[in-house]
Structure formats: C-alpha cells, structure tokens
Design a protein around this ligand. Structure first.
Ligand SMILES: Cc1cc2nc3c(=O)[nH]c(=O)nc-3n(C[C@H](O)[C@H](O)[C@H](O)COP(=O)(O)OP(=O)(O)OC[C@H]3O[C@@H](n4cnc5c(N)ncnc54)[C@H](O)[C@@H]3O)c2cc1C
Length: 427
C-alpha cells in the first residue's frame, strides 16, 4: 500500500483538529502488532513507515511456534514451505539430517508477511502512512503543546502529535536512541536470495540446513521458499570480512555458487542489555528497536510480534494517563510484562549462546546424536515448550549451562540518532 492509498492529505487535515491517541513508528511485525493492538482497543492509531510497502527485509523468514501463536486472529500465514527435516553440519562437516513427522516451523517471505500484518492492523482501524520517515520525537519544547503530548517530527519537518508513541523502527532505531536503549550484543547477518532450478528446489523442499560456523557464535542456514533459497550467515559484528567469506564458502560448499542471487544484503541485529530502558515518558519501544531478540538463534519475529502487542496495549493506557505519575506507572507495567516474559527467554538465550560459542562441536554432537536434545529442539520450534521452560525443568541442562558458560560480555550502546538508519546495505 502506498502513501496515496492512506490519503496523506486527510491524515494531515485531521491532525490540525486532533491529536492521535497512538502513533506507531515502523511497520514491521512489531509495529503492525502494536498498531493492531491499539486499534482493536478502539483508539485512533497512525502507523508510520518510511518505506513503500511491500518492502524487502533481510531475514530468514523462519516462523516458529511462538510467532504463529502471536499472530492476530484470522491471520493466515503465507507459507512458502513447511519444515519437516533439518540437516545439521559443523562448519560443513559431520552432516546429519533429522526428520519430524509433524511440521516444525514454517517459512515465509517477509515483504508479503509484513504487508499482510499491516493490512490486519488497518482492518482493525489503524491508519497507515508510508513514505513517512520519522526524524525524531520531542516530549518537551515548542513543538509540544502540553505535557500529555508527544511531537513526532518527520523528515521534511512536518510534525504530528500523539498521546503515546510506540517505536518499532527496527535495529537502527531512532526512537530507541531517544529512549536510550542499551545493547550488549551486536551481530551482522548476511543473506542471499538465490533463485534455483526446479530440480534443486525439489531437493530442498521441506528441509532446512543449519551449519555451525567457523567464528564463535556464528551459524549459517538454508531456508527454502519454493523456487528461491534464502541462504544466510550471522556472526558477531566486527568480523565483516570473515563473515562475508563464511557466506561465500557456505554457498560454494552447497553447490549453489553458480546461481546468481536476486538480492544480497546485510543487516545488524542488536540484543538489549538487562538494564536497558523500554520507555521514556510517553514513548515505548518494542521489537528490534528495543533490542528484543533471541540472543542465540537471533530469532526476532516472535519477539517483535509479542512485544509489539504489549506495547500497543500499554500505549493505549499511556494515551489515557493524565499525569506523569500515571504515565510512569503504565510504562513500568509495560517493562515488567516484557521482562517477565521475553526478558527471561533472552537471559537463557544469552547463556545458551555463551556455551555454543565455546563448544560448537559438543553442541552439534548433542543435537544430532542425543535423541532428547533433538526432541527439545523440535518442541521449541513447534512452540510446545520454550528454552526457558526446558532449562527450568531439566536440572541436567541447567548444570550444563552453568558449567560451560563464561561471564557475560561488556556493554555497548545503541546507535545515536545520527547513526541510526545506516545499517542495511543492499546490493
Ligand atoms: C540475516 C537475518 C536473518 C533473520 N532471520 C530470522 C528468522 O528466520 N526468523 C526470525 O524470527 N527472525 C529473524 N531475524 C530477526 C528479524 O528479522 C527481526 O527481529 C524482525 O524483523 C524485527 O521486527 P521489527 O518489526 O522489530 O523490525 P523491522 O522488521 O526491522 O521493521 C522496522 C520497520 O521500521 C521502518 N523504519 C525504520 N526507521 C524508520 C523511521 N525513521 N521512520 C519510519 N519507519 C522506519 C523500517 O522501514 C521497517 O519497515 C533475522 C535477522 C537477520 C538480520
């Protein structure tokens, strides 16, 4: 949908008279989810997206159980494939395929999936405006008429007003910089969309490949989507050349080097530090903008959908708050809800990553050779259990995490408002 469809003129004319209850910045899964949640609560919601939709997003498009469970009612997943088998390899060696009778997870193309989510938010009553890049938000000063209002300033200078703002503008978030999001893990993901002939596509149908990579904490994947394979790798930031080489070697090893990628791109992912804020005044952050992402697998769609919904629900309460005390109370409630759920999952994920970084070989051996570990992997992807639940209920797993995990890494900060937006390179 384009800016014209959302009738930008009407939106502006309306704004002269009224203040939006909730303005959501960014129309990825987090933003669409937040807009949906606030709109079904009957509030006036504006969803701002800098791109025109559908837009490309560097992502494997793996939809695990928790993502499926967090979709709005009536949402039909535009699945490109259903995964029933996983081939694991350890840097190209010790390859082993494990199969599951039941579907483990699904694969989607992000442009289509994200657009469908936005359409659901629109059906619930949210208004969409595309081609609208937010430059900054202001909670004090001349642009803000009163203490209950936030000014959302677009590139070009136009100002919109809202009672509450949800920042869902991805990993290079401007709103995250405003809130002061702190991160302690930054990774670089590189991906190629590779169109393949029918015979090759047939060989991959229903099966993904996961390769534990040569750099600590890195891994690669092949996710089949019909006539195209999404092939990617992810590793800690700071090793760009080695990460690029890993992707090239990985593609060559799989015999896919002869096929020209239709898109090659890279994107940074950021995980929040435990003490990172999730709000500032009337502004909440969710999804990648808040650094909410599973640290080991870097799975982020379910984190975006779940935190987006919570942010939308709490933004409604903040919009209704009459003073700073009530605003603060609602913002703390939002933070509590995030920390009690996704926060717990993230802290287990960080410990898993620490073990995986040290012992990828052991990880591979356990997953491919120890039936309960494979069953656990299957059940996590299916959404029948979570990593946190599993660790809590299995003393042996708990002991292994403690025995092999090192101290947590030092903290880094999220990008400044100037650095934001400069993360995605598409060639
Ligand atoms: C290589 C790679 C592979 C991945 N694979 C998977 C996977 O298979 N499964 C999984 O679950 N997760 C995966 N992830 C993570 C997942 O892609 C993200 O966690 C997820 O996209 C987060 O959703 P979001 O809505 O928070 O942000 P995004 O999807 O990034 O959406 C943010 C939106 O905000 C818009 N925006 C940005 N700035 C502004 C602005 N100033 N004004 C207005 N709009 C703005 C952007 O255009 C974008 O549409 C992967 C990530 C990478 C890097």
């Amino acid at each position: 949908m384009s800016g014209e469809n959302s009738s930008a003129d009407d939106v502006q004319a309306d704004d002269v008279q009224r203040v939006w209850d909730v303005v959501v910045v960014g129309a990825g899964p987090a933003g669409a989810s937040a807009a949906y949640a606030a709109a079904v609560a009957g509030r006036r919601v504006l969803l701002l997206e800098k791109a025109e939709l559908p837009r490309y997003k560097t992502c494997g498009g793996g939809i695990i159980g928790p993502s499926r469970d967090a979709l709005p009612p009536g949402f039909e997943l535009p699945l490109k494939d259903r995964v029933h088998a996983v081939t694991f390899s350890n840097n190209g060696r010790f390859t082993r395929t494990r199969r599951s009778k039941q579907m483990m997870f699904g694969l989607i193309n992000r442009p289509e999936f994200d657009q469908q989510l936005v359409e659901h938010a629109q059906k619930a009553g949210a208004e969409l405006r595309t081609g609208a890049a937010v430059q900054r938000v202001e909670q004090h000063g001349s642009a803000v008429p009163d203490r209950r209002t936030v000014a959302v300033v677009l590139q070009g200078g136009e100002t919109l007003l809202a009672r509450a703002v949800v920042g869902a503008d991805g990993s290079a978030s401007r709103i995250g910089a405003h809130v002061g999001v702190k991160v302690d893990q930054v990774d670089l993901g590189l991906e190629a969309e590779i169109p393949v002939p029918e015979t090759v596509a047939e060989d991959w149908k229903g099966r993904v490949l996961i390769d534990w990579g040569p750099m600590p904490g890195s891994y690669g994947w092949v996710f089949p989507k019909g006539d195209t394979l999404t092939v990617g790798v992810i590793s800690a930031r700071g090793e760009g050349a080695a990460t690029k080489r890993y992707l090239e070697d990985f593609i060559a090893r799989l015999g896919l080097a002869g096929f020209e990628p239709s898109i090659s791109s890279g994107h940074l992912t950021r995980c929040r530090a435990d003490d990172s804020p999730l709000s500032r005044g009337r502004v909440l952050v969710c999804g990648d903008a808040a650094g909410l992402l599973e640290p080991w697998t870097r799975e982020g769609i379910s984190f975006a959908l779940r935190s987006g919904r919570l942010a939308g629900e709490w933004a409604v309460r903040i919009a209704e708050a009459h003073d700073a005390v009530d605003t603060r109370r609602q913002a703390l409630n939002y933070a509590f809800a995030i920390k009690a759920g996704l926060g717990v999952e993230m802290s287990v994920g960080k410990r898993m990553l620490a073990v995986f970084e040290r012992r990828p070989g052991l990880f591979h051996a356990v997953l491919t050779g120890f039936r309960p570990a494979w069953r656990a992997f299957k059940e996590i992807t299916q959404g029948r259990t979570s990593l946190g639940e599993l660790i809590r209920s299995h003393p042996l797993a708990q002991r292994a995490l403690t025995a092999f995990g090192p101290e947590p890494a030092a903290k880094e900060t999220a990008p400044t408002e100037d650095q934001a937006d400069e993360e995605t390179v598409t060639s």
